[in-house]
Write a new protein. Sequence first.
Length: 249
Amino acid sequence: MRENTIVEAAQGVHLVHGSNTNWVVLSDGDSATLIDTGYPGDRGELLASLEALGHAPEAVRAVLVTHAHNDHLGSADHLNRTFGVPVLMHEAEVPHARREFLHQVSVGQVLRQGWRPGVLPWAVHALRSGGKADVRMTQPEAFPQEGPLDLPGRPVPVHTPGHTPGHCVYHLPDAGIVISGDALVTAHPTARGRGPQLLPAMFDTDRDAARTSLARIESLSADVLLPGHGPVHRGAVGEAARRARELAG
């Protein structure tokens, strides 16, 4: 694996940097919870990260999906079909994962923003990594109950719509960590700066809802942010969400 790919955020909690998207591994002995799976083209790195942390793919108790974009859903169906790993998400994201509809930035939208620094190189990478591949799921499942999930890490899903209607972040109250997917990131190849922020508006299904969801993240008690894109952010997550909301206007 590439150097500095796996970052330990807390005991049993690791952020893994894929080619352009992060995933998170929550470990409990030999078993694990995997949050997101990167692009389809990240599959080798995904499996290598599990091995490096001492987990066979079949020991993953569940994949939790923040949202069903290709760069987060990439290997979810493969893990489900090949190793029998259940894939869980918010009920509003289940039909999205089945590709009954697709809330994802279009090629046309990207081309219209192609004059912005970083957009075209990012688009080329996305296409090469499977950004337009068919990653639809056959057996996505909604969370079985509200509150903490009975999985390694005891993650608590928090519905944060806007990027997609069923987007969720995952709160680890005991560890003081929020795993934020694309509701709050710290960098992106198409973004102008670094630090807590929303993704550029072209990526959000409902920008107003994305801003509103930052207030839900503000209310979570945590001092470490593990984003879907960018490095780990250490500091009050509520303050990070407020900063992102100010930047978004």
